[in-house]
Ligand binder design. Structure first.
Ligand code: SAH
Length: 245
């Protein structure tokens, strides 16, 4: 079983008081994650304390950047449900859509959210650059979150089309993403956004630094975006320096 004290204390450090029921659901979520991991490699993080810190608490850091209560939130490239599941768990008043290109991962999200009674979670199996062109999803969300999906230059085109004008896009990055963010500024502007804030914080219970890149949507995204993934990638490649050998 996970260390519930680490979970509660860590959440408190983020300003979130977990009730007994919520703590219990986190315990069950960790069990389901461990079980799913045995069946198919859902995530590289398996040790119990690291599930608490690097999945649960890390996910809850996004609440410091954008509060989804009473709003529609979207997690793009949710994978096994991070940050979307912890956000939905502590914010029952938020309507959370969790999107991933891999149908198998969305089947897991649907099952786990039903089993844990997370009625505010909807899974969508789709590629972001395709869903972002559909009226059902385009500019339909107050807040879009993304963790560990791609470079900011690509990520902003996958995510910003979903954000309503006046809404926010929060990208979870490691500390030291400043160059990456700078490089994406022009593309963000083309998509109708502007970097509003960068928050730096430590994941409670660890010395891991996070930066949360908060982009606000000022205008509607022009209809030519998002482009096909191949085109997004090709353009990004010309701007992202190759990793040093
Ligand atoms: N956010 C999760 C998963 C990160 S792995 C976490 O932090 O634990 C990246 C995930 O993004 C994968 O599950 C992959 O299927 C998904 N993904 C990558 N490109 C995508 C795209 N264009 N549209 C939708 N999902 C995408």
């Amino acid at each position: 079983m996970i260390n519930t004290e680490l979970m509660r204390q860590g959440a408190l450090e983020l300003g979130i008081e977990l009730g007994g029921r919520e703590t219990e659901i986190f315990v069950r979520l960790a069990e389901s994650l461990a079980e799913a991991n045995r069946r198919f490699n859902l995530t590289a993080i398996t040790r119990e304390d690291r599930i608490v810190t690097e999945h649960f608490l890390d996910s809850l850091t996004v609440l410091s950047a954008a509060d989804p209560r009473g709003k529609r939130a979207l997690d793009v490239g949710t994978g096994g449900g991070y940050p979307g599941l912890p956000v939905a768990l502590v914010c029952p008043g938020a309507r959370c859509t969790l999107m991933d290109a891999t149908a198998k991962k969305i089947r897991y999200i649907d099952t786990v959210s039903r089993d844990l009674g997370l009625a505010n979670v909807t899974g969508v199996a789709a590629r972001a650059e395709e869903a972002g062109r559909l009226p059902e999803y385009r500019e339909a969300y107050d807040i879009v979150y993304a963790r560990a999906v791609s470079d900011m230059l690509i990520l902003c085109e996958l995510c910003l089309p979903f954000v309503k004008p006046g809404g926010l896009f929060v990208a979870m990055k490691s500390a030291g993403a400043d160059e990456e963010v700078k490089r994406a500024e022009r593309q963000i502007a083309k998509l109708g956004g502007r970097i509003k804030d960068i928050l730096y914080l430590d994941i409670p219970g660890t010395s891991i630094r996070r930066s949360l890149i908060v982009t606000e949507k000022l205008r509607r995204t022009p209809p030519e975006f998002p482009r096909d993934y191949a085109r997004i990638k090709r353009q990004a490649k010309t701007m992202i320096p190759a990793p040093k050998p």
